[in-house]
Design a protein around this ligand. Structure first.
Ligand SMILES: Cc1cc2nc3c(=O)[nH]c(=O)nc-3n(C[C@H](O)[C@H](O)[C@H](O)COP(=O)(O)OP(=O)(O)OC[C@H]3O[C@@H](n4cnc5c(N)ncnc54)[C@H](O)[C@@H]3O)c2cc1C
Length: 84
């Protein structure tokens, strides 16, 4: 198997790390011990430095779009913009 890095856990940290490594040309393998996705979400909103990271990667607008009024997810300080 062509893997440079093994990441234990497919939570937000592991998946974001895998994405960042891939962008850097590193081949990650993410291993998750839970066989199925949780029934309940582990986040109802986003705030703080994660918004800057999402903005730098051009992902913030997609998250904002997913947080339409019909969705229970919220983004705080969503009107703030950062340059990446
Ligand atoms: C009920 C609830 C509500 C929350 N609401 C919010 C919110 O509104 N906003 C917010 O920003 N944050 C919220 N949080 C916190 C947020 O969910 C966590 O900060 C975030 O999930 C942390 O991500 P993580 O990837 O570090 O860890 P986790 O999400 O815990 O992911 C770790 C993953 O690694 C897997 N794993 C662990 N050990 C191993 C192993 N040895 N081998 C393979 N896999 C392994 C686990 O199964 C898990 O899937 C909430 C949390 C909970 C529980």
């Amino acid at each position: 198997m062509d893997t440079d890095v093994i990441i234990a856990g497919a939570g937000p940290t592991g998946l974001m790390l895998a994405a960042e490594l891939r962008l850097a040309g590193v081949r990650p393998l993410v291993l998750e011990r839970q066989p199925q996705r949780r029934d309940t979400p582990k986040a109802g909103g986003l705030g703080g430095p994660i918004l800057q990271l999402l903005c730098c990667r051009g992902l913030l607008e997609r998250f904002e779009a997913a947080c339409a009024p019909t969705n229970s997810m919220s983004i705080s300080a969503a009107d703030t913009r950062w340059s990446g």
